[in-house]
Write a protein that binds this ligand. Structure first.
Ligand SMILES: C[S@@+](CC[C@H](N)C(=O)[O-])C[C@H]1O[C@@H](n2cnc3c(N)ncnc32)[C@H](O)[C@@H]1O
Length: 206
């Protein structure tokens, strides 16, 4: 059975709420900007992305393996501007038919999945041809950054404290290897985050 992380869920929910008030919500809206149709949200967490759905999203299917996170998203699901269904499942084994969604969102989740290659392959499978993958992920800093050795050093401790989240994921390469066109993804720095999670990848992969 998968470990549960109720303390992390409580802490992250508070941090995410502060983020909404201090600029991170703008990043969420930017990542989702041109999402349309049936949207899969992977690792919904407390559900803050639901407040940023563009009007073109007609339905949301969300997966979230952590029971306490699912409980924490209930209020935001009830207020979502599109009908939202939440399922207890993982990114590595999406309970969806192939080519069954128009768009998918990964926000702060590929850092945490146990098998990012399998998760990316599953995303490829469930997205319809021409579908869009919306990305807002903190990532490994570039090889010439002063931050990168700190991420490497802190990763084992960080991962234990943050429910398996890693500071060292090369998400662009993971998506490339799974067959995504990543040319519309860009590197950016989120200055509001703690420095080790400041380097982000944002945009849309196809
Ligand atoms: C840092 S939180 C981010 C939550 C939300 N996406 C957001 O941006 O606020 C990471 C989330 O990924 C979920 N998660 C962890 N492993 C996962 C997996 N294998 N598949 C799907 N979600 C997973 C966690 O339970 C948690 O809710």
């Amino acid at each position: 059975m998968r470990d549960t992380h109720p303390i992390f869920a409580a802490v992250f929910t508070g941090v995410a709420a502060i983020g909404e008030r201090t600029g991170y919500g703008r990043r969420r809206a930017e990542a989702l900007a041109d999402a349309r149709g049936r949207l899969l949200v992977v690792g919904l967490g407390p559900g803050h992305d639901l407040a940023h759905l563009p009007t073109g999203v007609t339905e949301v299917v969300a997966v979230e393996p952590e029971p306490s996170m699912r409980a924490r998203s209930a209020r935001r699901i009830s207020r979502a501007p599109a009908p939202t269904w939440l399922v207890g499942a993982t990114a590595e084994e999406l309970p969806l038919r192939s080519s069954s969604v128009d768009a998918a969102l990964v926000a702060l989740v590929l850092c945490s999945v146990s098998d990012p290659a399998m998760a990316a392959a599953e995303l490829r499978r469930v997205l319809r041809p021409g579908g869009t993958l919306h990305v807002l992920e903190h990532v490994h800093a570039s090889p010439d950054s002063w931050l990168r050795p700190w991420q490497d050093r802190l990763d084992p401790l960080w991962s234990r404290l943050a429910a398996g989240c890693h500071l060292t994921r090369d998400t662009r390469q993971i998506l490339l290897t799974a067959g995504f066109d990543t040319t519309q993804l860009r590197d950016t720095t989120v200055r509001l985050a703690p420095a080790v999670v400041a380097p982000h990848l944002i945009g849309t992969a196809r």
